[in-house]
Design a protein around this ligand. Sequence first.
Ligand code: CP
Length: 307
Amino acid sequence: MRHLMSPLDFTTSELDALFDLACDIEKNPKKYAHVCDGKKLATCFYEPSTRTRLSFEAAMMNLGGNVLGFSEASSSSAAKGESVSDTIRVISCYADICAMRHPKEGAPMVAASKSGIPVINAGDGGHQHPTQTLTDLLTIRNLHGKLNNFTIGLCGDLKFGRTVHSLIRALLRYDNIHFVFISPDELRIPDYIIDELKEKNATYEEVIMLDDVIDKLDILYMTRVQRERFFNEEDYVRLKNFYILTKEKMDKAKETCIVMHPLPRVNEISVEVDDDPRASYFKQAQYGVYVRMALIMTLLELEVKDA
Ligand code: CP
């Protein structure tokens, strides 16, 4: 039985197969409409979510399966003190696969070690968000045409941003990617990620001002300053509007630059940018459904039956 805890759990050739499947699902949705007939997905979300939970649920329904679960810890028996280990043992009796989001780093890993069904890490604290990374890689592959030879700027909360940490690790396996980290000092990329970049001989630079580098980016990956990860409100208020991507800033970006964001956004991308053809974040959210359909099929080892 296979779980997904980190994007590195798949080899790059397995990722290629997953993305090829996601692309085929996008082109031929009817072909996949009954692949999960009779199967159930449990979504166990101890933290808020719109995209991840609902795209998992949409993915399972698109495959003909059913969904059950909870969307906050307070409506589950976690509120009565039940451990994640006990919860997953019980859910293993009810469902065929589980997507779990938890504020504690490593909680989905603990669940996987006690589970009778595949567990997918749907985001654990400030640690990893592998299915967002799968979504991001598919978006880059589809819209930029390749997963190598580009300059990517990651902007905003690089300290607590689990989507950024997961994406960097995944991109380090591809060739000739230059990383530009754009953050205030307080939210700079953690040292352990920098160590990984150095180990892999990846090129990178750290800057504070987006204006100084926007013209050289092939991909701009914006992130939200996350109120829920701050220890005090004062620091959050001081940093929350540090970056706002505007039409004027986009005028300096390459014509081919794609703008990504895992969403939700607060105000780090001005809504006027949404009409720019380079704004790709809503398309990115759509790709999240196809890649999660492909992931469910892969972990459940399901294939389309020949007609
Ligand atoms: N991108 C993402 O994880 O969004 P949600 O928090 O809405 O799931």
